[in-house]
Design a protein around this ligand. Structure first.
Ligand SMILES: Cc1cc2nc3c(=O)[nH]c(=O)nc-3n(C[C@H](O)[C@H](O)[C@H](O)COP(=O)(O)OP(=O)(O)OC[C@H]3O[C@@H](n4cnc5c(N)ncnc54)[C@H](O)[C@@H]3O)c2cc1C
Length: 645
């Protein structure tokens, strides 16, 4: 039973909360740390940084990932940069301003205390990464360079060309390897967590399956940390790595952890448009490109088929600059995405199917020269060229919004602990600090803040009371969890159906994109809620449903993926339910019934200034999940209609 949902935000002035909390948190003495074993699921930027830091502090960490190396975590794909309130540009930035931009960017649906802490810690991340040797871009004189991202009027984004995630992950991986070599961190690659084990109501272990041999194993620990990333792939097509999934967090949800704001999905405005029905992945063109690229479509529908350079300046609609003069092309993602959809819906989209808008560098090249643009974004132009065959130095890129990030995730308190004692959740896997819309370059900031600087302080708060409580893996709760995992693997293989996994997943994705994507309405969501259970039933129907060849005792990627799609098929229903229940528009959650006369998201603060956190109550067909609300209290900022005009 869940009592009052308490975010445990420390009392006191906003700027003092984190320091006061640290000063009063419990500690584990150096000699006792080695007695604690921490299970870290995930070794992307969040999990990798947390495992390395906890190892350095002297704890014993078992770290799991499904890739063959931590270096292949999805974090490696991050392109554009990481925010920090260093104010190196002397352009008016500050911790408060980063805090305010983030709260406003999230459409006032995140906690003040958490977001302020994030802004505060952001500066430490840059120092830490520079010390590790992360090659951030520098000015000619050697100082760190910055660029701008959406929703900010300052330049606070640190970057390493278009490969920021890769360089940060290499830094993090070096720190992790140091601990692996020191024996404090034990790495379990190609090992998938399939369940959390609760002993006396506390998270004390996990059940895993080796993706090489199929072997199912038990691991006990003093605490479990999930750093398992986001679930954007529920939509089938997204910019996420193909492996990203919801399994770890969803299985924890089924064990009692609350799932917060599952419908909050970020649709990124600048992705390469889909080119065919059988495509399995979409590619991001980093938001950083909007520093120099100008977004436009023809003013007249009739011009959409013409080559872009034949459309004169006077016939172009730079719609972001027109609608949002203060922020222009750097309007936040939710707003820029909706604006792109709007012009395409009007019939002014370009490229195949009219599902594209131009991102044009001609002016920037004229102003700065091609070399400068190449230096700033060379690898992104190369990716674009490889995929489309077009040279964006000569013709504008064509871009369209795509699913990119999930603001929803497991509910956590200020200590990053879920409602399930011992279960901590960090990085994109938690419901995070981004509210209803994440600002660009803030995910890396949050993942590394959680891993390097927050969890290492808050985890001891829990561990300090746990000495000697680590259970044996022979505990009956482990027997039960392992039996359940084995039964599920067997059940998938026994379906022995006819439909390919991809065809079912694609159908689910198309339904979600249509009904719970960039725009949602009550009728559409109800229709999706009617269809998802039928698709799920089909997946499981013996002889007719999903076809998974091979066995469970071997390397079997179809089986791995089938387990994840099965979880998506349940989770999708929770997303739609959440979207239906939140009868307002905010950030990326755009309910068509609630919009301003200009077509912007219209919040209902009186009824919905709250985190929605869902509790699993058994099979959704018989007992729907129960909604808990955590009211959001704003003591410092005033809730206003978000404006970027
Ligand atoms: C194309 C792209 C570009 C981006 N660019 C930027 C950017 O420029 N700036 C920015 O701030 N953000 C960016 N983002 C967002 C950012 O990259 C992610 O939010 C962030 O990297 C997530 O990090 P993470 O550590 O939480 O998760 P991940 O990096 O996804 O790591 C998840 C880890 O969990 C493991 N895992 C998952 N499930 C299981 C399981 N069941 N069992 C065992 N292990 C499991 C995986 O193996 C992996 O190690 C971008 C996102 C995309 C898609």
């Amino acid at each position: 039973m869940i009592g009052t949902l308490d975010g445990k935000i420390p009392l006191g002035p906003l700027a003092e909360k984190w320091r006061t909390h640290r000063d009063h948190s419990r500690l584990v003495s150096p000699n006792n740390r080695r007695k604690f074993e921490i299970i870290m699921v995930g070794s992307g930027l969040a999990g990798g940084s947390a495992a390395a830091t906890l190892g350095e502090l002297g704890y014993r960490v078992k770290c799991f990932c499904y890739q063959d190396s931590p270096r292949r975590a999805h974090s490696i794909a991050a392109q554009g940069g990481i925010n920090a309130a260093k104010n190196y540009q002397n352009d008016g930035d500050s911790v408060y301003r980063l805090f305010y931009d983030t709260i406003k960017g999230g459409d006032f649906r995140s906690r003040e205390g958490n977001v302020y802490r994030l802004a505060e810690v952001s500066n430490l991340i840059i120092d830490q990464c520079v010390e590790q040797g992360v090659p951030f871009a520098r000015e000619y004189g050697g100082l760190l360079a910055n660029r701008s991202f959406g929703g900010a009027q300052v330049s606070r984004t640190f970057y390493a060309r278009g490969q920021t995630g890769q360089q940060l992950l290499l830094g993090c991986y070096q720190a992790l390897c140091r601990q692996i070599s020191a024996g404090t961190v034990q790495m379990f690659p190609q090992t998938e967590m399939l369940d959390v084990v609760l002993v006396d109501g506390q998270a004390k272990g996990i059940i895993t399956r080796s993706l090489i041999s199929g072997k199912i194993e038990r691991h006990a620990g003093d605490a479990v940390v999930l750093a398992t990333g986001g679930y954007g792939n529920v939509f089938y097509l997204s910019t996420n790595a193909r492996g990203c999934n919801v399994t770890a967090t969803y299985r924890a949800y089924k064990k009692g952890a609350l799932f917060a704001n599952p419908c909050f999905t970020q649709i990124h405005p600048t992705c390469i448009p889909q080119s065919g029905d059988y495509q399995s992945k979409l590619t991001l063109m980093s938001e950083s490109l909007r520093n120099d690229g100008r977004v436009w479509v023809p003013k007249r529908k009739e011009d959409c088929k013409k080559p872009p350079n034949e459309i004169p300046e006077s016939e172009r609609d730079y719609y972001l600059e027109r609608k949002y003069p203060s922020y222009g092309n750097l309007a936040p993602r939710d707003i820029a995405s909706r604006a792109a959809k709007e012009v395409c819906d009007e019939g002014r989209g370009v490229g195949p199917g009219g599902r594209g808008v131009y991102l044009d560098f001609a002016d920037a090249i004229k102003r700065l020269g091609e070399n400068t643009i190449r230096e700033r974004y060379g690898n992104l132009f190369e990716i674009y060229h490889k995929i489309t065959g077009e040279d964006a130095y000569k013709v504008p890129m064509r871009i369209y919004p795509a699913v990119h990030y999930t603001m929803g995730g497991l509910w956590v308190d200020y200590n990053l602990m879920s409602n399930m004692p011992g279960l901590h959740v960090i990085g994109e896997a938690n419901f995070s600090d981004h509210g209803a819309n994440r600002l660009g370059a803030s995910a890396l900031m949050q993942g590394l803040a959680d891993g390097y600087f927050i969890l290492p302080y808050t985890l001891p708060n829990y561990l300090a009371g746990q000495t000697g409580k680590r259970p044996s893996i022979d505990h009956p709760e482990f027997d039960k969890a392992e039996t359940d995992v084995r039964a599920r693997v067997k059940k998938i293989l026994e379906v022995d159906g006819k439909r390919s996994l991809d065809s079912i997943h694609r159908e689910l994705g198309a339904l979600l994109w249509d009904k719970c994507g960039m725009a949602r309405n009550a009728n559409g969501l109800r229709a999706a809620l009617g269809k998802i259970p039928k698709l799920r039933e089909e997946f499981w129907s013996r002889g007719r449903g999903v076809r998974v060849p091979g066995t469970g005792e071997d390397f079997n990627q179809a089986l791995e993926r089938a387990g994840r799609v099965a979880d998506f098929l349940e989770f999708a229903e929770l997303m739609c339910l959440d979207a239906l229940e939140r009868d307002e528009s905010c950030g990326g959650h755009f309910r068509e019934e609630h919009q301003t006369p200009e077509g912007e998201a219209l919040r209902d603060d009186e009824n919905f200034a709250a985190v929605f956190a869902w509790e699993y109550h058994g099979n959704p067909a018989t007992a729907g999940p129960k909604l808990h609300r955590e009211p959001l209290h704003f003591e410092t900022v005033h809730l206003t209609q978000r404006s970027y005009k």
